[in-house]
Design a protein around this ligand. Structure first.
Ligand code: GRG
Length: 308
């Protein structure tokens, strides 16, 4: 079936952005203006919307209605945006540019940036518990499964845990000790948690909300695990090769901070080959389960071929 991936991505992105604007709380919901505005500033700053698009494509790949996955897609983008706000804080990665705009703590102050991040995280779960509001038992059961999967992926077993491993690898502990550099398997473990878990659950949540069978959900989960790793490898490559203006954030920070990265460990050429290998493994998992939807495969290629 011929299709235009760019058009698909653009259409899903617009859908997600319109839904996010409607789901975010405002003053009419009793949300005080400074925190409402701060949350909207970071969401509206842009971003590729990779995770929500992957979520919607996964719902469709199992033959489901993507409208049922839209709240999960938006909730995941809220959680992702919170993680970027907190990651950019002086206590963490200390960055002043994100999504091509000054970071939230630069424009709203550190306290408000912390609160906006907290607000996006909690609001995501408020949304997940509330929408879709369809009352049938199957949808309610799927919502609960998705809430469990997303909370595991975003919390200390997943993204928060990975961020803690990352932080400990560069910041001295209270006694002044810095952890020894990661070897290859620790680097992989850190990325699987820090970046991979949320990308992975984006696809899995979409497949669950789309009513996929266990085999379909498992295959999409496996493929998205590979997408998540490929995403991080490419992110590390872009940090070496990319220009800050195109990336929308400060390039070259990993090397300056002495961070363990794929190019540092394996070199650029091998890192590129590793990202391609992830893609091949993802595609074969999707083919084996009969869910090799062209949009899903195309999103994998987008992850590896992107320049920002
Ligand atoms: C603060 C709990 C907590 C976690 C932060 C994901 C993360 C954990 C920090 C981000 C650090 C970082 C820049 C990691 C590299 C991979 C990554 C998540 C890049 C940003 O994601 P994109 O490229 O961003 O999808 P956009 O702006 O396009 O949404």
């Amino acid at each position: 079936m011929p299709f235009d991936l760019q058009q698909y991505i653009q259409e899903r992105r617009s859908e997600v952005e319109a839904a996010l604007a409607g789901f975010l709380p405002g003053i009419q919901d009793g949300c005080p203006p400074p925190v409402a505005e701060a949350m909207r500033y970071s969401i509206a700053a842009g971003g590729k919307r990779l995770r929500p698009i992957l979520c919607l494509a996964s719902a469709e790949a199992v033959g489901g209605d993507r409208a049922l996955a839209l709240p999960a897609a938006c909730a995941i983008e809220m959680i992702h945006t919170y993680s970027l706000i907190h990651d950019d804080l002086p206590a963490m990665d200390n960055d002043t540019m994100r999504r091509g705009q000054p970071t939230l703590h630069v424009v709203a102050g550190e306290g408000m940036a912390i609160l906006a991040g907290d607000g996006l995280l909690t609001e995501a779960f408020y949304l997940l518990s509330r929408e879709p509001s369809v009352g049938d038992a199957a949808t309610v059961a799927r919502k609960l499964e998705v809430i469990q999967s997303i909370s595991a992926a975003a919390g200390p077993r997943g993204m928060v845990g990975g961020q803690a491993m990352d932080l400990a690898s560069v910041q001295p502990d209270p006694s002044g000790r810095v952890a020894p550099p990661f070897d290859a398997s620790e680097l992989r473990r850190m990325h699987v948690k820090k970046t991979g878990a949320l990308i992975r659950v984006s696809a899995t949540a979409g497949a669950i909300m789309g009513g996929g069978t266990t085999d379909q959900i498992t295959a999409i989960d496996t493929a998205a695990g590979e997408f998540g790793l490929a995403f991080q490898i490419v992110d590390d490559i872009l940090d070496v090769e990319g220009a800050s203006a195109e990336l929308g954030k400060t390039a070259g920070k990993d090397a300056v901070a002495g961070k363990p990265t794929y190019p540092a460990l394996y070199g650029l050429e091998r890192s590129r080959a590793m990202a391609e290998e992830c893609l091949r493994r993802a595609e074969s998992a999707l083919h084996a389960a009969g869910v090799a939807d062209p949009h899903l495969i195309g999103i994998g290629r987008w992850i590896v071929q992107r320049s920002r």
